[in-house]
Design a protein around this ligand. Sequence first.
Ligand code: FMN
Ligand code: SF4
Length: 427
Amino acid sequence: MAKTLQLISGTIDKSSCVLEYMGNHGFNGLKKAITMKPEEIIDQIIEAKLLGRGGAGFPTGLKWKNMYAIEDDTKYLVCNADEGEAGTFKDKLFIEKDPYIVFEGMLIAAYVFGAKEGFFYMRGEYRSFTGRLNKAIEDLKEAGFMGKNILGVEGFDFDLHIISGAGAYVCGENSSLLESIEGHAGRPRAIPPHLPQGGLYGKTTITNNVETFAAIPIILDRGPAYFRSVGTEEDGGTIMVCLSGHAKNKGVYEIPMGTSIRDVLYDEELGGGTVSGKEIQFFHLGGQAGAIVFPEQFDTPFDAPHLREEGLSKGTGAFVVADESVDLIKYLIKVNEFFIHESCGKCTPCREGNRQMILLLKKFDEGTATEKDFETIGILSKTMSFASFCGLGQSATTAMASVLRQRPTIFTDRIQYTEEELKGVFA
Ligand SMILES: Cc1cc2nc3c(=O)[nH]c(=O)nc-3n(C[C@H](O)[C@H](O)[C@H](O)COP(=O)(O)O)c2cc1C
Ligand code: SF4
């Protein structure tokens, strides 16, 4: 496989972990950053073509530029480590093996924005890592990389708090996450104000994913051109992909942007095909909120512009692989159950839409569906994505929509009755 950035280098278990991290290019990015103006740092991130790794793929440099332009006496940083998407476990690897690179990215952001406080928001299920992360923060303070006058720069002060959620998927959505940090129930906020203006405690707040922060030190250390050269011109760097389900080699792999999907799925150093040796029927890309991808799309290079042409997005980089034994309708029912469980219930299209959707899907599963049900699935799917209050409901039918687009016969082949005939069956 082509070169990668080797984003994860160390292991926190060693007592000399700060030194080990430093011996591995650690803090070179931060040391460069403090010799530069904030605008120059932002320009480098824009040039690197780093797209956020949290799911939406928003250009990080542009986000930082907008945030930098806002005047506020207090700015907060938040690292989103909620990682609630099914089939996604790459942020956990940073937390377990190499949180320093993420913290270094946050320190660079703190320097740029003059932020004095940051929050590392971790999903409830990762709570057991809190102790080791706090130990890493203590080590950093001792070594002069956190606390007051960092690296001897007068006024460069930064403290980081580790916060744990309570296991709600919706808390990965930025505004719910901030509500949760503030001690309220994790529910999405009405927008505007947008988060940069009215974020945590009403102050200017920037939120990035774990992997996004991890890429920042590398861009500063090795330069934006190098970062792009590892990935593609329009989508720089590498991405951590998580292979699960029927994949033979389950795990987290760092791949250069632009790697073909087929290689990710079949290369022996990556997914290696399926455990059963059966063909891959489809894989679910980017978690439950993502699309189902079928073999005719497997030659697509894995980068934002190529995926966009196929109507896809990278999402979180999750590849939940399904071999030929999987019943796609039953799979969609499972996806739907996830969203019923995770919907916060605040708005009708998501709360009720998901419940109606499962009733329809079960009719196709049981063989009692009609053409009208097929039509209703299409309308409901569009309505939920258009009318739901937050990203959870808006993306709950992405998988469904991709199947309707690519494999409508999965549904139509199971239509046995017209509405009139069905009335007769149960008369
Ligand atoms: C329901 C929902 C769950 C989300 N979960 C996560 C998550 O676990 N981690 C994450 O980084 N972003 C998550 N996001 C996306 C964030 O809202 C946000 O786009 C992201 O943290 C921005 O970081 P980035 O620009 O570095 O990608 C979620 C969004 C929605 C709508
Ligand atoms: S779409 Fe509505 S019900 Fe669903 S999680 Fe968001 S606010 Fe809650």
